[in-house]
Design a protein. Structure first.
Lengths: 103, 216
């Protein structure tokens, strides 16, 4: 049986605890990196991570991009939407089609 | 375009012809695979984009509530209210095969089905905005799971499309032209050999005739 996790600053992720997700209040790059590897190795299928936290550990997220699990999803943090999540989507289109045709 | 380094013999020629045949068949198949993958990818990416817009809007909404709740309640009280969740989520991960790309399908199981039963705190000491934040998150959560699923699928498919496209291009622009050129080279070389043999035979015949019969 798999589980879902949320990583980010305390203010952004506290609410998800009520939904039954495992909440990790981490914003230190090295610890977030370690945490993602740990979660990926155990039975976490979905990891939601706030955009500011994701921006700090871009290479780790990139590493899990082509593996089947876990699915790492960027979500906006409490201090606003940076558009990184949408940018990742545009990158996928660019990779597949050769140019960004979504605009 | 480079000619392959092979001996111009009939055996190599028939080998190459077979290789060319299967390269052409492979090219056609891979091209079809690429087109179909691309079609499915376009559908998915549209849904992905739509979902992302919706989810981001809903989370921003929930965050607004949370910010207000955080400002009217003490940080500790807020944390304590959410410390021991009642709700629990377990995920079942199934696999789906889309054009040989294995994509995950998530099925979530909740411990509490009633969406009003998930509040892990009494209402006496908490702000109503906290309820709003939890309600907003809980209503968007199924969409978030779908987003997780479809975003992963899109990433995996984008990888596969890129790989397939490279294979198609390698076959179309390198392997097939190379084979064709080598086959042409061997055919020319063989017929050249044949002509040269015929010519020398004719020459020998002339010489023999001339010697034995003084025939001109």
């Amino acid at each position: 049986m798999y589980k879902a996790a949320v990583i980010g600053d305390s203010a952004s992720v506290s609410g998800y605890a009520a939904l039954g997700l495992s909440v990790f209040r981490e914003t230190d790059p090295a610890r977030v990196k370690k945490l993602i590897s740990k979660l990926a190795a155990s039975n976490f299928a979905v990891i939601f991570i706030t955009e500011p936290a994701a921006a700090l550990v871009g290479d780790t997220i990139e590493k899990y991009r082509s593996s089947r699990l876990p699915s790492i999803v960027l979500i906006p943090a409490v201090d606003g939407n940076t558009g990184d999540g949408m940018r990742a989507l545009h990158e996928a289109v660019e990779k597949a089609v050769g140019s960004d045709i979504l605009n | 375009m480079a000619r392959l380094n092979v001996n111009p013999t009939r055996m190599e020629l028939s080998k190459l012809k077979k290789k060319l045949e299967s390269a052409r068949r492979g090219h056609k198949l891979l091209k079809d695979k690429r087109d179909e993958l691309m079609r499915q990818f376009m559908n998915m990416i549209k849904e992905n984009r739509q979902l992302r817009v919706e989810v981001e809007a809903a989370i921003s909404e929930a965050n607004r509530y949370m910010a207000v709740a955080g400002s009217v309640m003490q940080r500790e009280v807020l944390e304590t209210a959410l410390m021991l969740p009642k709700q629990e989520i377990e995920l079942d991960v199934e696999e789906k095969n889309v054009m040989s790309v294995i994509i995950p399908v998530f099925k979530s199981k909740y411990r509490i089905d009633n969406e009003n039963g998930i509040y892990s705190y009494g209402t006496a000491f908490t702000s109503i905005d906290l309820d709003g934040a939890v309600a907003a998150l809980s209503s968007v959560f199924p969409k978030m799971m779908r987003l997780a699923e479809i975003e992963k699928s899109c990433q995996l498919m984008a990888d596969e499309i890129e790989k397939t496209r490279r294979r198609v291009n390698a076959l179309e622009h390198i392997m097939i032209p190379d084979y064709e050129e080598t086959i042409k080279y061997i055919t020319m070389k063989l017929s050249e050999n044949e002509r040269s043999t015929t010519a020398s035979l004719m020459k020998v015949k002339d010489m023999v005739l001339k010697q034995s019969h003084n025939f001109n």
